[in-house]
Design a protein around this ligand. Structure first.
Ligand code: PAF
Length: 297
């Protein structure tokens, strides 16, 4: 019989809940979240279970991290739905939910030592949200230290976050395998996000144009970077009520791309828009310049 979901409200309890797994050498998969779980998170928990199998342990953290919210952002009104979140975790077969208070994660208050995301933390989301990725990486590093996972699962929707976490793990030799999971979408293509709850029905309708902009861009991927941006911009002009923050094509690690990269180069098309007071981000993978030919025979 599968043991029921355990809820650990502090690091001590978390340690106790994982002690048997550590003794047995069972693999631990970790899904860090800020709660307000939706079908996208459910998919992350399933991916975590797939990675470690029935013998492994799946830990989900639910923690709205104050360090990654800037002044005037939505820390206070960030959606909280703890009981529903536990139901999602139980349904998807998580073993442990770690749902700490702020002083369990930051016992001494604001930490003196933080993880600097480097230059990649200053662009795109980081340009609009100064300090955001320092807060994200600092809490992810702390959570990795508390949970000590073998594998950690993140959604591709927050693509810059995923790339930066991978970079942190590599640069600081943290020894955690980072798995990215494809963005889950509503039937009309809107990427699932806890912040979609802020949209009123009319804004929700307008928000669905964002994926059409990205898909229009992707439809031109064979013709290269500038064609992708051109097609996306044409669709953007057709869309009403999307206030553009950025629309960029990068390589798969968010680096710059030449205008004509070799055929088959992996890229990413990323956009951020505002709809009313809500900021939405989304992205799609690209294969630029068509598929490479087999070369000389
Ligand atoms: O993606 C999120 O929900 C958060 O940024 C994370 C990774 C849980 C860190 O607080």
């Amino acid at each position: 019989m599968t043991p029921p979901l355990a809820v650990a409200s502090d690091r001590h309890e978390l340690g106790l809940r994982l002690a048997d797994a550590r003794r047995a050498g069972a693999a631990v998969a970790f899904v860090p979240t800020m709660g307000a779980l939706h079908a996208g998170h459910a998919c992350l928990v399933r991916a975590a279970r797939d990675r470690v199998g029935p013998e492994g342990r799946v830990v989900v953290s639910i923690f709205v991290n104050p360090l990654q919210f800037g002044p005037g952002e939505d820390l206070e009104r960030y959606p909280r739905s703890f009981d529903a979140d536990l139901a999602v975790c139980a349904r998807e077969g998580a073993d442990v939910v770690y749902a700490p208070r702020v002083d369990d994660v930051y016992p001494g208050g604001q930490p003196a030592v933080n993880v600097s995301p480097g230059p990649l933390g200053e662009v795109l989301e980081g340009a609009v949200r100064p300090g955001h990725f320092r807060g994200v990486l600092t809490v992810v590093a702390k959570l990795f230290g508390l949970v000590r996972p073998d594998v950690a699962v993140f959604g591709e929707k927050d693509y810059q976050q995923l790339v930066l976490v991978r970079r942190m793990v590599a640069d600081l030799c943290l020894g955690v395998e980072v798995v990215g999971v494809e963005t889950q979408r509503e039937p009309d293509g809107l990427a699932l996000s806890s912040r979609n709850r802020y949209l009123d029905p009319e804004q929700r309708q307008r928000a669905s144009a964002l994926i059409r902009v990205l898909e229009a861009g992707r439809s031109a991927q064979e013709r290269g970077r500038d064609a992708v941006l051109g097609s996306a911009r044409v669709e953007l002009r057709r869309a009403h009520g999307l206030d553009l923050d950025y629309l960029v094509v990068t390589d798969a690690d968010l680096g710059d791309l030449p205008a004509a990269p070799p055929p088959g180069t992996a890229g990413r098309l990323l956009a951020a828009v505002r709809v009313g007071g809500t900021r939405l981000i989304d992205n799609l993978p690209l294969t630029l310049g068509g598929t490479p030919t087999g070369g000389d025979r």
